[in-house]
Design a protein around this ligand. Sequence first.
Ligand code: FAD
Ligand code: DLZ
Ligand code: SF4
Length: 508
Amino acid sequence: MVRLVLVLGDQLTPAVAALKAADRARDLVVMAEVADEASYVPHHPKKIALFFAAMRKFAGRLRDDGWQVAYTRLDDPDTAGSIPGELLRHAARTGATEVIATEPGEWRLIRRLSDLPLDVTLLEDDRFVASHAEFRNWASGRKQLRMEWFYREMRRKTGLLMQGDKPVGGQWNFDHDNRKPAPGDLFRGAPLWTPPDDAVSEVLDLVEARFPANFGALRPFGFATDAAGAERVFAHFLTTALPFFGDYQDAMLADDPFLYHALISGYLNLGLLDPLDVCRRAEAEWAAGRAPLNAVEGFIRQIIGWREFVRGVYFLEGPDYTARNALGHDRDLPPLYWGAPTRMACLSHAVAQTRDTAYAHHIQRLMVTGNFALLAGIDPRAVHEWYLSVYWDAVEWVEAPNTLGMSQFADGGVVGSKPYVSSGAYIDRMSDYCRGCAYDVKAKTGPGACPFNLLYWHFLDRHRTRFEGNPRMAQMYRTWDRMDPARQAAVLAGATAFLDRLDAGEAV
Ligand code: FAD
Ligand code: DLZ
Ligand code: SF4
């Protein structure tokens, strides 16, 4: 009898587990654009368009390869409106009782598939270097999970940048050579954009009509929507940007949102690029002498290190991960995250860029929007839903540990050993934002003081019990304790006044 083979919007490769286990001669592939998935958070219109366009093209490719595909469009009059609903509808129509699916990257969907009154086989998603069992084994018995140790295991497992059992260059990690601020006149050729073809334009019209109120600019749309297009973007990155990737990885420039970043996270997450393949090809650039080791090691670490590590954490920690709030933060997400005016130039740039491109690089996410939310004590659940909504690459398995763990410390220290907080000095060092700001980054108190300078100490002071014993934070507390009490009082009063203005809905 026919079996239903579910392919979700981020499983767009013939190498996905469900397709490998299925039989194209008898099984029916089910793919569905559904209102449920398109609206469980208010996704950026570019993100919705990317998923729908890439799904349509992948369905075409499967048909060309001889598969039977039942593809539901968002405006299909018969749609059940949800993934489980679509499976039930096709089961009733075909008499199928069995479903083969690749485990979704969100607990929400895993639960819904597991609850279906059909015989559902959920296969592990093997598009990753580490399986669930490998990560669990690595994690078991460790007091703290640290990416760096896990990363070394992944280097050994893949053989990437290894000479026998030793790392090439004699070091595992070349981060001390990286993290340079970008000079203002830094020039990088533009990233490669892919103009919409007719199929993509049709999707853009649909998204425009159905999601008119979602935060974010739909056009211009320049994401690739198939594997060949994603491959062109990656090849362009290898030749134009990889050699400088490490040097300017943490830099931020108001006029250049992309710098030397790869812009491939969405393609990796949707299945249009293969993580191990991109790492091997970056390694080959180093081997051929076209890119330095610090750049290539840094790039590979992001993928087989951070990307694999956060996935391991998401599945190890379980479905309650997104409800965690270790620091008890409960402030509403301020409207500035949705584009309301702010006098803080760094936030204004990061949010405007997010609205226009559905992209921000790691340091903008971590040290601007994330840092501010953490210092201001915003409810981590609201912060999580914002990140899940606004970025083109956001799927919960990768977004939640980055947001709730690395950025908001809401998991109490599973992902990071200390919170990523900084005063304005860090943003000033790594960016050119401050010179165009209404606030003074050098001022530590008074009405013009940079809010990061005030909130940084307010955060440390209000969470003293939790953090003062943390050896990685001892220096921060020593600096605070050496500060003159009158100055401490002025900083805390300034921070409180700022938070009051934020709560009152003022444009801070
Ligand atoms: P590059 O800087 O060029 O890096 C190359 C690749 O490394 C990326 O494409 C990505 O696949 C991988 N990578 C780098 N850092 C990380 C990381 N911390 N975790 C996982 N993979 C990483 N990444 C997502 O893919 N989806 C998300 O929803 C997401 N949400 C985030 C939320 C917050 C609060 C933070 C701090 C980070 C988040 N990241 C997320 C990680 C990172 O910011 C993006 O992967 C990166 O900015 C993507 O741009 P790029 O392709 O140009 O990356
Ligand atoms: C993000 C997204 C969107 C916007 N739309 C769909 C959809 O209509 N159909 C679908 O199969 N998947 C979609 N996705 C991705 C899912 O919401 C979900 O994030 C992943 O499939 C989890 O692995
Ligand atoms: Fe941001 Fe402060 Fe710099 Fe203004 S002065 S851009 S608020 S860090």
